[in-house]
Write a protein that binds this ligand. Structure first.
Ligand code: OGA
Ligand code: MN
Length: 294
């Protein structure tokens, strides 16, 4: 396995591995070490069925069942651990512009970390590209990643001290509301109540401090909502400056692994009339961020 950094300590291309073949624990350990250093890993030319993506991903931790699979009812993809990151309906047709599921998924275009609204959030996202849209005037469906460790390091010591112990409420209804999506299904509000999370976390693998920001982050617990929201807006603007960002231009067969504990990501626009089909497995954390040491 060869690891070629894209930026000195953020994002790397990993080559020399065929993930469709059985992977041993030595390889999984080597990938973990690269994740702890680079936070985002790109593997080109992988040919993974959903079953293989699930089984490979499960070597990194227990897998999340996402909101859409948890909802029940018919799905395009058979395995509940595989998230359908596509614009396709049950018949693999491109969804209409006003399709509810499509509008919900547009929340991914906001800078976020996955599932931070859950009491026990997630760790790794493993996203595999099956079909991609052609270039369009609005964008090419890139996925951008921002390094929350570097963003934390670049804060003033005063700011670092000021935010050290803050708790932020994360709420999927807040992130979706920002793009005008409020049509949740009956019962979903109750099923996904907001969750409190630490704003500053220490990454267990690298021991680096990191900002735990997300579009789901609504306000600071114990502060007036407006003050907390304004602080989060400021921190988001700081943390998503281009010097902290890697933009991934997808090729079919790419697998990108990112660590949700120390990065944010967002999808970019593309031709909405063309299929874009990616599949995602996600590993779960072991406890609430509130139980982590500061
Ligand atoms: C995700 C996500 C963005 C994209 O899969 O978690 O936010 O570009 N994807 O599809
Ligand atoms: Mn996401």
């Amino acid at each position: 396995m060869h690891v070629q950094p894209i930026q000195p300590d953020f994002a790397a291309v990993v080559s020399g591995v065929d993930l469709a073949k059985p992977t041993n624990t030595a390889l999984v350990d080597a990938i973990w070490a690269a994740i702890d250093t680079y936070a985002v890993l790109v593997f080109h030319d992988q040919n993974l069925t959903d079953l293989r993506l699930r089984d490979f991903s499960a070597q990194f931790g227990p897998l999340e069942i996402g909101r859409s699979a948890a909802r029940g009812g018919p799905r395009r993809l058979a395995l509940p651990e595989i998230g359908d990151i596509s614009n396709l309906d049950l018949n693999s047709e491109v969804r209409a512009l006003d399709d509810r599921r499509r509008l919900d998924s547009l929340g991914n275009r906001l800078w976020h970390t996955d599932a931070s609204y859950m009491p026990t959030p997630v760790v790794l996202g493993l996203l595999h590209a099956k079909a991609l849209p052609p270039p369009s005037p609005f964008g090419n469906g890139e996925t951008e990643f921002a390094d929350m460790r570097a963003a934390y390091d670049a804060l003033t010591p005063e700011m670092q001290a000021g935010i050290a112990d803050l708790i932020v409420e994360h709420d999927v209804f807040w992130s979706r509301g920002q793009i005008g999506f409020t049509k949740f299904e009956p019962g979903e509000r109750e099923q996904y109540p907001p969750s409190p999370q630490r704003l500053v976390r220490t990454h267990p693998g690298s021991k680096r401090k990191t900002l735990y920001l997300s579009a789901h982050a609504s306000h600071v617990v114990g502060w007036p909502v407006a003050d907390g929201r304004l602080l989060l807006l400021d921190l988001n603007a700081h943390a998503t400056q281009s010097r902290f960002v890697y933009s991934h231009r997808w090729r079919e067969g790419d697998l990108v692994i990112w660590d949700n504990r120390c990065t944010m990501h967002r999808g970019r626009p593309h031709d909405e009339m063309q299929p874009r089909d990616l599949r995602r497995a996600t590993t779960l954390d072991i406890g609430s961020t509130l139980d982590e040491a500061a």
